[in-house]
Write a new protein. Structure first.
Length: 159
């Protein structure tokens, strides 16, 4: 099970996330690994731009195609950005603990068209929510991203 606010990272990873808007409502997905609600997103793959990764991750986890907007912020503070994914299992993995210090770029995005999610095993459910009625439990490291996104600052936040 994914655990937030871990320490002693074993690797560094670049990730993206998006606050996807449809009118005044925000698209959220409930994660299958821990049941928490949060922003769609995930790791950037080799050879992929952060915009491509954001579009891909949103489609994979929600089925929605999006238009990427401005950068909300860059999140890299190891006090809040180390995530414990548990044992590193599978082919070519060493079986040790996997604690990733995640550097995340979070973007605003507009929902364009609904489609089929391509990684339905990662998402228990999804939906659009009013920002004053977000579901719980919420991914703790996403809370600050949502607060920053709602602030609609002219410049990106660096945390």
């Amino acid at each position: 099970m994914t655990r937030y606010f871990a320490s002693d990272p074993t690797e560094l990873g670049l990730s993206v996330s998006a606050m996807v808007w449809r009118g005044p409502d925000l698209l959220l997905m409930r994660r299958s690994d821990n049941g928490h609600w949060g922003l769609p997103g995930g790791f950037v793959e080799v050879g992929e731009s952060v915009a491509e990764a954001t579009r891909r991750e949103v489609v994979e986890e929600t089925g929605w195609s999006v238009e990427i907007g401005g950068l909300i912020g860059v999140y890299s503070d190891p006090a809040s950005q180390v995530v414990d994914y548990g044992k590193n299992k599978g082919p070519g993995r060493d079986g040790g603990d996997r604690r990733v210090h995640i550097v995340n770029l979070c973007f605003h995005a507009e929902a364009v068209e609904a489609g089929e999610m391509t990684t339905p095993d990662e998402t228990l459910e999804m939906g659009f929510f009013a920002v004053d009625a977000l579901p719980e439990p919420f991914v703790p490291i996403h809370t600050i991203r949502v607060e920053d996104g709602l602030a609609r600052r002219a410049e990106a936040t660096i945390r």
